[in-house]
Design a protein around this ligand. Structure first.
Ligand SMILES: C[S@@+](CC[C@H](N)C(=O)[O-])C[C@H]1O[C@@H](n2cnc3c(N)ncnc32)[C@H](O)[C@@H]1O
Length: 329
């Protein structure tokens, strides 16, 4: 994997994550609420944080006092906690995994990948609070190792929670990026991590808070329901529940932005989100979809951005330091 457009002090997502929003940062930034630039917004909440492209961007560029991030995926949440609290131990762990991988040779690398995956899966579903500090660090080292060396950088688990992505055969994957881990750790210092359903974030939002909601996509094709994140799927009932959550945040005075893929990509008459978010500002912007279950469906689609405010900067161009990932060498 290779990353570019990076500077030495800025943290970027340390995991490649399905649905990652690095490619949309420019469109989002132009639509951030005015309170971000005038300083009246001091808190940031992201209940579906995933790889954290928006979180890392906004918390480092804008002077926010504190943030709350959340995700339903317990291994992902553990990774944020360990990076925040134990970056140096994690770096040492990844150094060991990286050295072993380099010296394993071509056939040995696949074997090593499968061993790490098996070992990782023996703890699938285990409550991370029952793990010792070393075990927590080691598990996060495994997550990052698997993410960098697996096929397509997917995170996909089976019905029992076992990680089941095949080996990726990249020539020279960057398993350890010590600088980025240290930067991410710093970026997380004023951040609280919660694990669970998005509703566990409802208590913190009020005036002075910006909430960005990036739920799992509503599947473009209803017959091919694909989620690569976790066992928990996000059905239309959940989208409806989320719309009620957004309306509640709105009542409390929070500024809220939500994104999702536009169902009109598939069916021009599908107005599911237009009905759900009636009364709010809805923009449609072009996006690329990179990861799908079978590689089909890649290409340009429209993404929806819903806001409970009028953005002020949609006409201009604002250069954003995008964190882009490329699979390959
Ligand atoms: C589209 S991804 C977010 C991607 C993220 N914006 C990024 O740039 O990487 C959606 C995330 O929602 C999480 N998720 C799924 N169901 C959830 C729920 N009910 N509550 C909170 N998070 C959930 C998934 O684990 C996944 O990480």
């Amino acid at each position: 994997m290779r990353r570019w457009d990076c500077d030495e002090r800025t943290a970027y997502p340390y995991l490649k994550w399905a649905g990652g929003k690095a490619q949309l940062l420019e469109e989002f930034t132009r639509r951030f609420p005015p309170g971000i630039s005038d300083g009246s917004i001091t808190h940031y909440v992201e209940p579906f944080v995933g790889g954290g492209a928006v979180f890392f961007h906004i918390t480092q560029k804008e002077g926010l006092a504190a943030s709350l991030i959340c995700d339903i995926n317990p291994d992902l949440c553990l990774s944020y906690e360990v990076i925040k609290d134990d970056p140096e131990d994690l770096i040492a762990c990844l150094q060991g995994l990286s050295d072993s991988f380099r010296t394993a040779g071509e056939s040995g690398q696949k074997e090593m990948y499968l061993n790490v995956r098996d070992e990782f899966n023996t703890r699938a579903g285990v409550d991370s609070r029952s793990l010792s500090r070393d075990e927590r660090v080691f598990r996060v080292g495994q997550i990052i190792f698997l993410n960098r060396t697996c096929f397509n950088g997917l995170y996909r688990v089976n019905s029992k929670g076992g990680f089941n992505v095949p080996f990726g055969k990249y020539r020279n994957p960057k398993i350890l990026d010590a600088n980025n881990i240290r930067n991410a750790s710093r970026a997380l210092l004023s951040t609280t991590v919660r694990c669970g359903d998005f509703s566990v974030c409802g208590d913190v939002a009020g005036a002075g808070t910006f909430v960005y909601l990036d739920p799992p996509y509503r599947p473009l094709n209803q017959t091919a329901f694909f989620t690569s994140y976790a066992r928990d799927r996000f059905f239309d009932e959940d989208q409806v529940r989320l719309a009620a959550f957004l309306r509640e945040l709105d009542r409390r005075g929070a500024k809220v932005m939500l994104s999702n893929s536009d169902p009109r990509n598939e069916n021009p008459d599908d107005d599911f989100f237009d009905r759900l978010y009636k009364g709010y500002t809805i923009h449609r912007v072009p996006a690329k979809r990179y990861i799908n279950s079978d590689g089909k469906g890649r290409g340009e689609i429209m993404e929806l951005i819903v806001m409970n405010y009028e953005p002020q900067d949609v006409g201009g161009r604002k250069k954003v330091g995008l964190a882009k990932w490329e699979l390959g060498d």
